[in-house]
Design a protein around this ligand. Structure first.
Ligand code: NAI
Length: 470
């Protein structure tokens, strides 16, 4: 047993855990951070958000050079793909980020410990955590433990991952060759982003989704807009379609699907299963510690993120709510501040979601469907990027900004953007909503010309039916 007693032991160094560790350390706590991966940063940095965005950017450059340069008067030989270089650049980007996180943890005086952590007992208000590594198990003592172990990809029972032909996002970020035909099961965030990457690089891509629209949590109009754009790029969609069975043989997969037009067979060389993720709670010793899970296997916590066991806390993908890195990080900060008695809280109402396709789709607040179901009266304003000067300069006119505002007091209830750089534009929407802005507030605010952000101002004006350039 280590002689030290930590104020906080964090298990899992993803965007929830390492951010909580840094904030706790800033607040004066002595912190240990346990991670079983060789590098810090969790799924997000190692095999999720960061590498997927690196490949999205690279593949976008390739597609621009191939499909759009001529339009801008740039004539080049047809570009050639050096996939090995593209993948190794992505790995370099990941390394810079994981190194950066290690540097931050060191700078903040955090003790990082390599190994797999588990709850190993509690006495006199002190927690014991076991850390298993190649050199055996060491025991740590701490006043509090934060569980931040994240989630893992859900497997389909009849189509288990094999790491080569039937894969999760992790392997789809590192294919050594461009698939001939990639079937993506699940039109969620991962399916659309990685389907886009491989389509841009030349694969035939078919996306199979059980529901009627992609991105089921997005505003319906926004999902329809994105679907139109992705179809134009050549992605094929089989919506309201279920995969019944699969046969994997000799590097090919034959899927039997049933959908709107009956039963059919699809043959492909790679299947990406992206039907969601589930909390990673195995082997943590939760049951022994008396920690309850809900019906979806998520750790139940109170407003301080404390589990049913005193002194043990959980955040991020382990608990309820969207599995998003920025949610986990914010929870990490708020958890640490509340431990110190501060009145911090996560503004879940204003949690943005972004799908990094091209065009991108980003949203915050209520969808039109949610407002209708809740019987809330609203006014809606919409502005197309077709009428935005900057989008025309870029030749990126697909998409729109849509603003939903309370009919009684004008307060903004939701903003949904499909369009170029929606991921950056949504920040204005989040700020406006967090500060309780009305559509009129946004409409009265200067927006530099010519910028994509002017579409937000015009959509806000359109809520009052005053858009100038519509
Ligand atoms: P998801 O929950 O975003 O989407 C899963 C999709 O699969 C849904 O549309 C669902 O209706 C569909 N589906 C479920 N079972 C199916 C089946 N048997 N056949 C066909 N379709 C089926 O899950 P995804 O894309 O796997 O992402 C996992 C998590 O990671 C999500 O919670 C997401 O928020 C997060 N993530 C976020 C990203 C972002 O913010 N840009 C990027 C990647 C992941």
């Amino acid at each position: 047993m280590s002689a030290e007693t930590f104020d906080l032991i964090v298990i899992g160094a993803g965007p929830g855990g390492y951010v909580a560790a840094i904030r706790a350390s800033q607040l004066g706590m002595k912190v240990a951070l346990i991670e079983e991966r060789a590098t810090l940063g969790g799924v997000c940095t190692n095999e999720g958000c960061i590498p997927s965005k690196a490949l999205l950017d690279s593949s976008e450059h390739f597609a621009l050079a191939r499909d759009k340069f001529a339009l801008h008067g740039i004539v080049i030989e047809p570009p050639q793909l050096d996939l090995a270089r593209m993948i190794s650049r992505k790995d370099e980007v990941v390394k810079k980020n994981t190194d950066g996180i290690a540097f931050l943890c060191k700078k903040n005086g955090i003790t990082t410990i390599s190994g797999r952590g588990r709850l190993a007992g509690q006495s006199n208000d002190l927690q014991t955590v076991g850390v298993t590594s190649d050199s055996g198990e060491q025991l740590l003592t701490g006043r509090r433990v934060l569980l931040a172990t994240g989630s893992r990809a859900v497997e389909l029972p009849f189509l288990p991952f094999d790491g080569e032909t039937v894969v999760s996002a992790r392997e789809a970020l590192a294919f050594r060759t461009v698939p001939e035909h990639l079937v993506v099961i699940g039109a969620g965030f991962i399916g659309l982003e990685l389907g886009s990457v491989w389509r841009r690089l030349g694969a035939e891509v078919t996306v199979i989704e059980t529901l009627a629209k992609p991105l089921p949590t997005m505003d319906g109009q926004a999902a329809d807009g994105l679907l139109r754009s992705l179809k134009k790029q050549g992605l094929k969609f089989l919506l309201e379609t279920a995969v019944q069975s699969a046969v994997v043989a000799n590097g090919r997969v034959t899927l039997t699907v049933s959908g709107l037009s009956g039963e059919a067979q699809i043959v492909c060389d790679r299947v990406l299963v992206a039907v969601g993720r589930k909390p990673l709670t195995d082997g943590l010793g939760l049951a022994e510690a008396g920690i309850a899970l809900d019906e979806r296997g998520r750790v139940i916590v109170d407003e301080d993120y404390q589990t049913g066991a005193k002194g043990i806390y959980a955040i991020g993908d382990l608990i309820a709510g969207p599995m998003l890195a920025h949610k986990a990080s914010e929870e990490g900060v708020v958890f640490a501040e509340r431990l110190q008695g501060e009145l911090s809280r996560v503004e879940y109402e204003y949690l943005p979601g972004v799908c990094y396709t091209w065009p991108e789709a980003a949203s915050v607040g209520k969808t039109e469907e949610e407002l209708k179901n809740a019987g809330i009266d609203y006014n809606s304003g919409k502005f197309s990027f077709l009428a935005n000067g900057r989008a025309r300069c870029m030749d990126e006119t697909d998409g729109f900004v849509k603003i939903l505002a309370n009919k009684d007091n004008g307060r903004i209830l939701g903003i949904h953007i499909v369009g170029p750089r929606a991921s950056d534009l949504i920040a204005e929407a989040v700020t406006a909503m967090t500060f309780g802005a009305t559509a009129e507030d946004l409409a009265m605010t200067f927006h530099a010309h010519p910028t994509l952000a002017e579409a937000i101002k015009e959509a806000a004006l359109d809520v009052m039916k005053r858009a100038v350039h519509a």
